[in-house]
Design a protein around this ligand. Sequence first.
Ligand SMILES: [Zn+2]
Length: 364
Amino acid sequence: VDIYRCPRCSNSYPMSEPRWVCDCGSPLELESPGPLEKDGLRGQEFTLWRYVAVLPIRRGEDIVSLGEGWTPLVPLEPQSSGIYVKLEFTNPTGSFKDRGASVLVSKLKELGVREVVEDSSGNAGAALAAYCARAGIDCHIYAPAYTSPGKLRQIPAYGADLVLVEGSRKDTAQAVLAAASKTYYASHVYNPLYLEGTKTVAYELWEQLGWRVPRVVVMPIGHGGMLLGIYKGFSELLHAGYIGSLPRLVGVQARACAPLAEAFQRGASEPVPVEEGATAAEGIKIVEPVRGVEILAAIRQTGGACLAVSEEEIEEAGSELGRRGFYVEPTSAAALAGFERLRSQGPMEEKTVIILTGSGLKAT
Ligand SMILES: [Zn+2]
């Protein structure tokens, strides 16, 4: 506990160090406190902080919360069919990224960090900006200058400093790395505290389904923050003896940018190099997922799958969700598209959960 460990070279570092990557270049992992005492949940508030026993925060006064987590789990169709959607877009800033941001910023408060930098023009940037505002931490978000203005409105609304960088996405990455040499780099991609936040989705599903594990969980994957978090949460429940097996984890990518789906098809253990194609699913347009090896291993260990869907399938799934009362961004619609593909190949198991990660208002 309170130690970052490298899954590739086994180096470890104290968490009090403002570190975001191993010296070998690998992203780091965290051991959890825990296990959870089921009885301890009685009387806990209905946010992700009801699982504080398995989160790496010591003092209650350090918790930075906007009421994130405990999102609704509802049947996809009104006549219950055993297929559920988890409404992650109902989190405070409109996406599941609030889970990671809440846990990360709480830890930063505990460590006394006063200022952070991050590179994201999307949901992660908005989430970090909101939680830093809540905590009184100065937040600088780096984004490429070409990012559409609509996408960038939410970040300064929380009082964050938005730094627009001319040139390519790579230029933005270099600019934030230069800034990170002096300021804490609150990377939603590298920082393992983000996964501590997303793992609470697994605990919630288990509790919301009456202490049972879903058979299949389907979600969009780019850097895999949701998938690896869910994998970690269910693995902890398995080790604690609360569940007997892991759900099959299904990751869905856009065909235009599918390094993980390609690798899964080929039986490769590492992401396949791909070109960055055009897709409406911007949240998962990730050419090089930094935890790609871990994502592929997790999917295979659970007997899951990774597949790529077309732009037409994403659009159709988005319309279908809208007709059912769910307004989500194209990235989330990709998850339903993946599910529909699987359903067309054979009946889906009861207790399948589709994660709807981000609000449609983000993409309007
Ligand atoms: Zn290492």
